[in-house]
Design a protein. Sequence first.
Length: 221
Amino acid sequence: MHAPDSGYGLWLLAAINAAFFIFFAWSFYKPLTRWDWRGFGMFSAFVLALFAEMYGFPLTLYVLGGWLSANYPQVNWLSHDAGHLLEMWFGWRANPHFGPFHLASFILIGGGFWLLSAAWPVLYRAQREGRLAREGAYARMRHPQYVAFVLVLTGFLLQWPTLLTLASYPVLVWAYARLARREERDCLSRFGEDYVSYMQEVPAFIPRRRRGPVRSAGEVR
């Protein structure tokens, strides 16, 4: 492997980027309940691990260095651009920031933050009024906040996959699904039949075409 370039060891830059995305997500999400804080905490841990490798120490490239160098000798695997593993593996030799996986990651990350920003005001109003959030994004899916986090995490994974984020990604998706189910149990105990009818009309995570208007009732998620 070639010597590493100056794209690593930039721990201040790693901290600034992680703080920016965590604050950006918080500004849209503003967690209130214990479930909100758990979901946000898992997202924050993923982002910290990502930027620690992106600008700090390229652990994945060091661990896989021998195999990568043997199979892709034309690539300087300790250069900063080599961290865009999917572009490197699939032969993208131009600037990786314009590669297909990187561009797709922008769409997913942007879409996730947009969904967070669209869902939060609806949820906040419903929480203040003590009713179900059934309009906006909540008219199409019951847990848009968790869908948004998964979209953002998927985008980061496409852009800069690491061993830590690859290992934690399925765990996070499972944990978000588990948190969603726990929230639903709370809502069922609080709103009873209103929430049962909401569950029958609106899917949990993947929106479908609605056949008719969603009846209004009261509360969160």
